[in-house]
Design a protein around this ligand. Sequence first.
Ligand SMILES: [Zn+2]
Length: 186
Amino acid sequence: MDRKEYQRLYRLKNKEKAKEYAREYHLKNKEKVKEYHKSEKRMEKYKEWYESPKGHKSRTLSRWRTWGVIGDLDAIYDIYLATNECMRCSVPIEGLNKHMDHDHDTGLYRAVLCNSCNCGNIWDKPPHGDNKSTGIRYISKRKNRYGYRFQKTTKKITHSKSFLTLEEAIDYKDEYLNRMSRPPSS
Ligand SMILES: [Zn+2]
């Protein structure tokens, strides 16, 4: 066992004692500590941590905490890491195009989504009550050459489909809105 490993284990075993020691050391060596924090050695160490998987996880979880996300963040992070397809539209996602979506009211995790799905998130804005009198909300009123067209745009993503009869279009619309207004079962 090398010295560093020994020190690590010792600190783990004697957490309180180690804390007290660190506090005393800081008080006694204020200048030295200040210098170290400005030093290149420390910057390098910080950079190393920042770019490591451990650093990424730590920063991500702390961001989630500030958003008010609750629950088993470790487990959510594992799902987040393992997901490389948007859970709603199935496009490949990575880096800045990967979002952990959570319910802003309850703070509970919902899904891992791509940019567009997360921005125009209809889970946050449940579809307006159907136009009950006509039942044709989101459906073109007049028949065009393809039939009756259902169309709904959620932040730049347009979904449309045409049907021969109005009834079919309404059925499809109901099914579509119903499907989109509930989070995927995972
Ligand atoms: Zn998506």
